[in-house]
Design a protein around this ligand. Structure first.
Ligand code: SAH
Ligand code: SF4
Ligand code: F3S
Length: 441
């Protein structure tokens, strides 16, 4: 047995790719180690969404390069993921100790690459494809992270070209994975004991638009998944505001396993900023979608992503983001300060860049607003009884805690000495904190 260590950065999409790569490596007799010192193969699965994520990737492989130089000559180093896709051969110039560079399009060529690097070659595989690799997916196992949640990617890539975003360049055009492969991966995950399936895509609502041989969309996939046997939950992320159809909302209400949770990134509360971002909706249109969902789906949680300090954003426009968080009762939002990315349209608007200190100050204010809203929303559930799927069991300040999620994505801490991981329990909510609620069984 050889050992592989993989450092995974970025979003769930990368985590899902890492699970697939570990699966492929298991066919070559590599087992995972959590200790880089013990590894024969060191891999990094990188994220390119902000400059900081890219810098972190190079600094991590730098440490491994040193290890190699200072004695461990036989270790192999792989640079994968979104930064790899974008920079390709350039990686070898910046980090000459890297043995292979593997982009996001052809992760299924990993076994072939491993054979080649073990013969002393240096390999770069970053060519773009316009189809999914589902025909190869069925040949390999997936080594999922242990726990109760299984992530299954349903679309790859993105066609939207928001002016700030690098994803269309690192992940390519949108491709939907075949329902039969997704259903097989879901059934395998359920057979292995996973209790929740999260369908992943940059815009899950676009699922199936590119199928030429069938009319099959996200609502159809949800219906088919909901029909699988056993008690489990289904979630899907991420939704593009104006692509959420009435049919999808109705399906989510009708199907018992689909949870009351939507992640709908708004990015900014100001219509002119949204236009500059090339988002295809106004503040009012976003408002209408949220109102429709809240009207049809009781107790729904809606979360969002926002960018603070987009080029040209005025103080008044930023304040519209603050009021949007309140008005649309958005919970647990991710906030990022704008970071210019190579190739993207907005990165060229240098004369409109917002100074770092102003971006940072807006970032802090927006986070504070979101924290206040989380607490307010959590308080609504005190006294209620809710179903919790327990995800972990750990010690905190001398007490044992079971931590899990409600259907509507609230984190619940349940003090209890018995490990209930993987179980569905009914919990009475007793106290609200900012990031979680407390409850008793
Ligand atoms: N497909 C999703 C988002 C994927 S990227 C959507 O359309 O909403 C995840 C998040 O990273 C985005 O929602 C955005 O808020 C943030 N992001 C993307 N590019 C960024 C940049 N250049 N600077 C700061 N944040 C960025
Ligand atoms: Fe990026 Fe926009 Fe595509 Fe989301 S929809 S991945 S923000 S380009
Ligand atoms: Fe995800 Fe980062 Fe790539 S957010 S798609 S890993 S650029």
């Amino acid at each position: 047995m050889k050992r592989v260590y993989i450092d995974t950065m970025g979003c769930q999409m990368n985590k899902s790719d890492t699970e697939r790569m570990l699966g492929m490596l298991s066919h070559l007799d590599y087992e995972e180690t959590k200790d880089p010192e013990k590894a024969d193969l060191l891999m990094i699965n990188t994220c390119s969404i902000r400059q900081l994520s890219e810098d972190k990737a190079f600094s991590a492989v730098g440490t491994w390069g040193k290890m190699k130089k200072e004695g461990k000559k036989n270790i192999k180093i792989g640079f994968c993921g979104c930064v790899a896709q974008q920079k390709a051969e350039e990686i070898f110039k910046r980090a000459p100790y890297v043995d292979f560079v593997l982009g996001t399009h052809k992760i299924y060529s990993l076994p072939e690459i491993i054979k080649r690097i073990n013969n002393g070659e240096k390999v770069c595989e970053c060519t773009e494809t316009h189809s999914t690799e589902d025909d190869k997916a069925k040949d390999f196992k997936i080594n999922r992270v242990k726990g109760v949640n299984a992530w299954i990617s349903i679309t790859e890539g993105c066609n939207n070209f928001c002016t700030y975003c690098i994803v269309p360049y690192t992940r390519g055009r949108e491709r939907s994975r075949l329902p039969e492969i997704i259903m097989k991966e879901a059934q395998d995950a359920l057979n292995s004991g996973y209790k929740e399936i999260t369908l992943l895509g940059q815009n899950v609502d676009s699922y199936g638009k590119d199928f030429k041989d069938r009319n099959y969309r996200l609502a159809d996939l949800l219906r088919e998944l909901n029909g699988l046997e056993g008690k489990f939950r289904i979630r899907f992320v991420t939704s593009y505001p104006t692509d959420i159809t009435d049919e999808l909302i109705d399906t989510a209400v009708e199907l018992d396993k689909v949870c009351e949770y939507f992640h709908i990134p708004m990015q900014s509360g100001s219509t002119p900023v949204l236009k500059a971002m090339n988002r295809r909706y106004t503040r009012d249109e976003y408002a209408k979608i949220v109102a429709k969902i809240r009207d049809k789906v009781p107790d729904v949680t809606i979360t969002s992503d926002f960018i603070a300090g987009f080029p040209g954003e005025t103080e008044e426009q930023f304040e519209e983001t603050l009021t949007a968080v309140d008005e649309f009762e958005l919970d647990y939002c991710n906030v990022a300060a704008y970071s210019p990315r190579e190739k993207t349209v907005a990165a060229k608007w240098t004369d409109k860049f917002i100074p770092e200190d102003v971006k940072d100050e807006r970032f802090q204010r927006l986070n504070k607003k979101i924290q206040e809203n989380c607490l307010k929303s959590n308080k609504k559930y005190v006294g209620r009884e809710m179903e919790v799927l327990v995800e972990s069991f750990y010690e905190h300040k001398g007490k044992m805690i079971n931590s899990g999620k409600t259907r509507n994505f609230k984190t619940v801490h349940i003090p209890c000495d018995k490990d209930l991981t993987g179980q569905f329990v009914n919990v009475k909510i007793t106290e609200a904190k900012t990031w979680y609620v407390k409850g008793t069984i």
